[in-house]
Design a protein around this ligand. Structure first.
Ligand code: SF4
Length: 393
């Protein structure tokens, strides 16, 4: 609460902010509030002692249209801490610690013993910042004599067929992979430290293990060419049998990402920081042209996914997890999802898909439609303070 109080004092009385957690940056019509540096505290342990479990279960049954009486519990592993430095990632190295792998597994086990929690969403960037971290997590869960279900993000890197089988056996039902592109040139320029051939091996082995593979693809990255887009489309065609869902993310520059902090290194010029996005020029094209290129790339990838029948269900991972846990295997879960939530196979924007789940009675509404997120994430993405700062009265 203290940072919020200090922001209010700053806006009202122009008092200086005393702690090192909040930084206010002027922008058009106001200020942007953001973390000033890495969070150094302990990542809190999950506590579900006081939640209204019956209420959540009832709400889930109504929204999901599924008679299933377990809910997915969110478990914070350690947000915003990653040893990698992908160019577009604003969350790399924002915190200094994550929980030990065995601690995460033991928290799940303790929650199961105490409250009967069976399904978990692991909140972190990736559960395999290293091979040994993922192995310790899986081994701890495998040593428990009950089966728990979970989903998470994993880097599509350093995962053998045997490791993926063990991950599945330890309860994983859904993996979200930050694949980003089918073009090795683009992956290299993003500094992803990922390799297209290895990604293909991991998707195939994960599919064979019975895990739902969700991938994120970024469209319109810096200096992305038509050849790069074609390579992403070829990648989707080649691996369609192993990809269960996709999220298409039009490129934008996140605040605090390596691109934002070192634009020269990426051969761009930042011309304006607004409260909702960063305007830039590539060396070869202007901002307006770049937005058109992002739009063009996004439309091509979305059209191909539609043609290939690759849906977008992983945009709602809790829903997918619930259907997979209920049906016990992914093909049946997918059939049920298509029958009951078919909007997840339509190329609507991610926020529109979330609206359709929550408001089935009003399906024509669009939230942050594609044309509004080319080059930006959406209006609610950054913390914006639309106020003049007044002098101390
Ligand atoms: S995109 Fe993923 S792997 Fe890359 S820095 Fe961010 S969290 Fe780490």
């Amino acid at each position: 609460m203290k940072p919020i109080y200090q922001i209010i004092r700053k806006i009202s009385f122009n008092e200086e902010i005393e702690n090192d957690k909040v930084q206010l940056t002027p922008c058009n019509n106001g200020y942007i509030a953001r973390n000033a540096g890495p969070f150094k505290g302990q990542v809190p342990i999950a506590d579900y002692s006081s939640i209204n479990r019956e209420g959540y279960i009832y709400q889930q049954k109504v929204l999901y249209k599924l008679d299933y009486s377990n809910i997915t519990y969110q478990l914070l592993v350690g947000d915003r801490c990653c040893p990698y430095s992908c160019s577009f990632c604003r969350i790399s190295k924002n915190t200094e610690s994550i929980k030990e792998a065995s601690q995460v597994a033991n928290e799940m086990i303790a929650l199961h013993r105490q409250y009967g929690c069976r399904n978990f969403s692991l909140i972190c960037n990736e559960m395999n910042p290293s091979r040994s971290y993922a192995a310790e997590f899986v081994d701890t869960l495998l040593s428990y004599d009950n089966h728990l279900n979970w989903f998470c993000y994993l880097r599509p890197n350093n995962l053998s067929a045997d490791e993926l089988l063990a991950i599945k056996k330890a309860g994983c039902v859904l993996i979200r992979f930050g694949v980003e592109s089918g073009s090795q040139r683009i992956l290299d320029s993003m500094n992803k430290k990922l390799y297209v051939s290895e990604i293909e091996q991991i998707l195939a082995d994960s599919h064979k293990a019975g895990i739902w593979n969700h991938i994120n693809i970024m469209t319109g990255y810096l200096y992305e060419s038509q050849d790069d887009i074609n390579e992403t489309i070829s990648f989707l065609r080649k691996n369609r049998g192993y990809i269960d869902s996709i999220r298409v993310n039009p490129f934008f520059i996140p605040i605090g990402s390596p691109i934002h902090l070192n634009p020269q290194e990426f051969n761009i010029e930042i011309v304006e920081e607004t409260s909702s996005h960063i305007v830039f020029h590539q060396r070869d094209i202007s901002w307006e042209e770049k937005k058109k290129q992002i739009s063009h790339a996004t439309s091509q990838v979305l059209a191909e996914c539609k043609r290939l029948g690759i849906g977008y269900a992983g945009i709602l991972p809790n829903l997918v997890c619930t259907s997979l846990c209920h049906f016990g295997q992914k093909e049946q879960g997918k059939i049920w999802l298509r029958e009951n939530h078919n909007y997840l196979w339509e190329p609507v924007s991610p926020d529109t898909a979330k609206w359709k789940l929550a408001h089935p009675e009003n399906p024509s509404v669009e939230i942050n439609p594609w044309e509004k997120i080319y080059g930006q994430r959406g209006e609610n993405y950054q913390t914006r303070i639309d106020h003049e700062i007044h002098s101390n009265p």
